[in-house]
Design a protein around this ligand. Structure first.
Ligand code: 13P
Length: 258
């Protein structure tokens, strides 16, 4: 049985006061939801303060990125150990904005994945194709390449210790959501690929969908058998929207293993 997970990725938005106000509106509502897991990923400078605000709640703390190195002369970087120290349970790795805007390649992402695991922080590994790649029919090969880079560097077990988020680049921040069936098809592909190495790991794996998830489409997406929750960008910045998405996870039927 897989328990749903909803993660808010705040990206580079808001300030300390707005972040705290957002949580004040979200936490009491989400506190009533006891059948799913929840997390938010604020910008780095707010991790400690938001971590304090989350104490005693049913919402975990996550970071949006981390450095591939352990420690030392890496100006501007933040290590996995620092994230663990701030109380982060999760760290997003390989978000398409990191891959696309900041030029992060598959192996760099795999190194970050390894660093997170080393420090007991669960990586949320993002994979997904661009519109051009989808139209060229290469969705599965792109996703496979992104997954294989992690298994090559970190070993097959590394995916089992992670959360994987399928985020088609064409659906991020565009208002163009993948249909539940499109999401399900890629999720089933990902789970199948991991099952080929280890069936039990694949069955237990949490697979999130991300890309224009809103209150109005979350329930249909979460109803798909291989969609175990969502990685939410824009809608995680609006309390009502985010709470409604969290409720959809609470109300979704648990996926029972075949
Ligand atoms: P949107 O929900 O704004 O499309 O962003 C998705 C995303 O990138 C989450 O990581």
């Amino acid at each position: 049985m897989r328990v749903k997970l909803v993660v808010g990725n705040w990206k580079m938005n808001g300030n300390l006061a707005s972040s705290q106000a957002l949580l004040k509106a979200i936490l009491p509502a989400v506190a009533k939801f006891d059948r799913a897991r929840y997390a938010v990923c604020p910008p780095y400078p707010y991790l400690a303060a938001i971590g304090t605000a989350l104490r005693g709640s049913n919402m975990a703390l996550g970071a949006q990125d981390l450095c591939r190195f352990e420690d030392g002369a890496y100006t501007g970087a933040v290590s996995g150990a620092m994230l663990a120290d701030c109380g982060c349970r999760y760290a997003i790795v390989g978000h398409s904005e990191r891959r696309g805007v900041f030029g992060e390649g598959d192996d760099l992402v795999a190194q970050k994945h390894a660093q997170a695991l080393k420090h007991g922080v669960t990586p949320i590994l993002c994979v997904g194709e661009t519109l051009a790649e989808r139209e060229a029919g290469s969705t599965e090969s792109v996703v496979a390449r992104q997954l294989d880079a992690v298994t090559k560097r970190c070993g097959a077990a590394a995916l089992g210790q992670a959360v994987i988020a399928y985020e088609p680049v064409w659906a991020i921040g565009t208002g163009k959501t993948a249909t539940p069936q499109q999401a399900q098809d890629v999720h089933a592909f990902i789970r199948g690929r991991i099952a080929a190495a280890d069936r039990h790991v694949a069955d237990a794996l949490t697979l999130l969908y991300g890309g224009s998830v809103k209150a109005g489409n979350a329930a249909q997406l979460f109803a798909m058998p291989d969609v175990d929750g969502g990685l939410i960008g824009g809608a995680s910045l609006a309390a009502d929207e985010f709470v409604a998405i969290c409720r959809a996870a609470q109300d979704a039927k648990e996926t029972v293993k075949a």
